[in-house]
Ligand binder design. Structure first.
Ligand SMILES: NC(=O)C1=CN([C@@H]2O[C@H](COP(=O)(O)OP(=O)(O)OC[C@H]3O[C@@H](n4cnc5c(N)ncnc54)[C@H](OP(=O)(O)O)[C@@H]3O)[C@@H](O)[C@H]2O)[C@@H](O)CC1
Ligand SMILES: Nc1ncnc2c1ncn2[C@@H]1O[C@H](COP(=O)(O)OP(=O)(O)O)[C@@H](O)[C@H]1O
Ligand SMILES: [K+]
Length: 505
């Protein structure tokens, strides 16, 4: 699913009006009806509802919603925030219609007009929508502050009043803090960004049948992965396949005290369909790995406690890793930052001809030795969390600048970067960003990143295109986390639970 910018959203509105064709006021009515359908499903008709409307089309939506809720016998009071001398045409049309059916339209011109909002009230915020062009001030910001102070449930129409759709707000901006945002048709870029969490709440999309062809043709670097899109990426297995068909992966993982990371990555790799798996761990991890992941071959490192990429003397393996033996390599979970490990990483990268997966301390080593970044095989997948990404690049002032840094980095090094977190962002070498739609805060626990590395390594080994592997991998990882949360709640989820919940269908 595409994420469009505010100008494109405006043009999409116009394109729908022109091509469907549909009168603007009827499109507003459709949007309001869709909102009301959701509202009726979630709140009983006894709900005391206060609708705050601005003077643009977001306010027009609010007025239409008010009329439709009154028809359904909800006790509704309407408050129009009169901050400007001019209203939009569709606002005026809906204002006239509403005045025909109720006396309960109030006007807020000064703070004394702002009503008391009580605990059991539900507030619908239709003050400002995607037409926001400057920070809120005066009576608009006073009303927003009063709503935010109130103990009521708050639902924003389309987007919280005061929140920009696709540009940074300043920390001093006054913005509605809703419990829910019900947004029309497509997600807004603002919803994907961590700093905006208080201004988005639980967000959902309302399908108001905007012009599909316009959306299909609209250029954008931003996408939001839908379940059907992820499912299409899955490779089907042929009846006459064998384990050689699904690749041989090598994981370079673990160090003394962190063999658990190796075990998690290995188990996730096997649960994600790899044909054969070899795991190289320091000797201290050999018995642990062979016992807990018997399906994997284990190649002990020459070193007792840290990875050096060489086998012990007399061991029937190679003296050092031969990348051509493997379909891909996953490196990083639990490896630490010993000088011997850095030497291995620096020596290994220039010998690689195929994309690999790079995570955790392998990323931290690269951050401390940035000249080595140039040796990453093209289309490799890097999986930093925000702190690791900051070490690799630089500090950002806001989430939008972070997206720019992310896209520039992926393009410069021609790699796929998964910036992990809620709505993990997959940046492609071409400069696009795919935001993930699955996952929950239960995943914020040690080891879930190691699981992701195992998944991605398995997908690359099976021949998935790296961008597709990244998009599908983060989607399936998050979905597994959602399954666990559904079964036993998000608190206390473990990385092992996530592995057990992985499904590839
Ligand atoms: N997209 C779609 O397909 C559909 C969209 N629909 C709905 O339309 C909404 C967008 O409507 P909209 O363009 O009228 O914008 P909205 O925010 O209501 O008001 C803009 C007005 O406010 C003013 N203004 C701006 N900032 C301000 C501030 N800080 N403080 C005070 N005033 C401020 C601004 O002034 P200006 O910038 O022109 O000076 C302008 O006059 C959208 O969110 C959705 O709800 C649905 O009905 C149907 C399908
Ligand atoms: N709040 C959240 N919502 C969705 N996914 C999350 C959230 N917090 C963490 N995750 C996911 O969990 C994983 C954590 O990875 P990471 O930080 O590397 O953990 P570790 O290093 O302990 O394995 C990432 O895939 C991330 O996207
Ligand atoms: K709003």
């Amino acid at each position: 699913m595409k994420i469009l910018n505010v100008d494109q959203i405006r043009s999409l509105d116009q394109s729908t009006i022109q091509h469907e064709p549909i009168a603007p006021i009827n499109l507003m009515e459709r949007a309001a009806l869709t909102f009301v359908d959701w509202f009726v499903d979630h709140f009983p008709s006894t709900t005391k509802t206060k609708i705050f409307c601005g003077l643009g089309n977001n306010g027009g939506d609010g007025l239409a919603i008010a009329r439709l809720l009154l028809e359904r016998e909800y006790p509704v009071d309407i408050f129009v925030v009169r901050y400007a001398p001019r209203e939009s045409d569709d606002f005026m049309h809906n204002h006239r219609r509403l005045k025909l059916v109720t006396e309960r339209v109030h006007y807020i011109e000064s703070t004394t007009d702002i009503p008391a909002i009580r605990h059991h009230d539900v507030v619908i915020d239709a003050i400002l929508g995607s037409g926001l062009s400057r920070p809120t001030e005066g009576i608009v910001s006073d009303t927003i502050k009063a709503i935010n102070r109130a103990p009521a449930t708050v639902i924003s129409v389309d987007i919280a009043s005061g929140l920009y759709t696709d540009q940074p707000n300043s920390p001093t901006d006054v913005i509605i803090e809703p419990d829910y945002t019900l947004s029309f048709q497509l997600p807004k870029l603002a919803f994907m960004l961590p700093k905006n969490e208080p201004y988005v709440g639980d967000w959902q999309l309302l399908d108001i049948r905007l012009h599909k062809r316009f959306i299909d043709l609209a250029p954008t670097p931003y996408y939001f992965t839908q379940p059907d899109e992820a499912r299409l990426l899955l490779h089907k297995r042929k009846r006459f396949s064998n384990k050689g068909t699904f690749g041989h992966a090598l994981l370079l993982v673990g160090s003394y005290g962190k063999i658990g990371a190796a075990v998690l990555a290995a188990r996730a790799c096997l649960r994600s369909g790899v044909g054969l798996l070899t795991v190289q761990v320091p000797q201290c991890g050999y018995t642990i790995l062979q016992t807990s992941v018997p399906e994997a071959m284990c190649s002990p490192d020459r070193h007792q406690n840290v990875l050096t990429g060489t086998a012990p003397a007399g061991h029937p393996g190679n003296e050092s890793i031969d990348p051509s033996d493997y379909s891909t390599i996953g490196i990083g979970p639990g490896i630490g930052k010993a000088p011997e490990t850095l030497a291995m990483l620096k020596g290994l990268l220039p010998t690689l001809k195929k994309p690999i997966v790079v995570d955790a301390d392998a990323l931290n080593l690269l951050a401390e030795n940035r000249e080595a970044l140039a040796n990453l095989p093209k289309n490799s997948i890097l999986t930093p969390h925000p702190k690791e990404f900051e070490r690799l690049t630089k500090k950002w002032n806001d989430d939008y600048e972070k997206l720019t840094i992310l896209r520039d980095f992926a393009k410069k090094y021609q790699v796929v970067v998964i910036l992990k977190g809620a709505h993990s962002a997959v940046a492609t070498p071409g400069g696009d960003i795919h935001f993930n739609s699955t996952g929950n805060p239960g995943l914020s626990t040690g080891g879930t990143g190691d699981v992701l590395t195992g998944i991605l390594t398995a997908l690359l080994a099976q021949g998935y295109d790296p961008v597709e592997a990244a998009v599908l991998g983060v989607f399936s990882h998050g979905l597994a986390g959602d399954r666990v949360a559904q079964q036993r709640g998000p608190i206390g989820m473990t990385a092992s639970d996530v592995i057990d919940a992985l499904r590839w269908e």
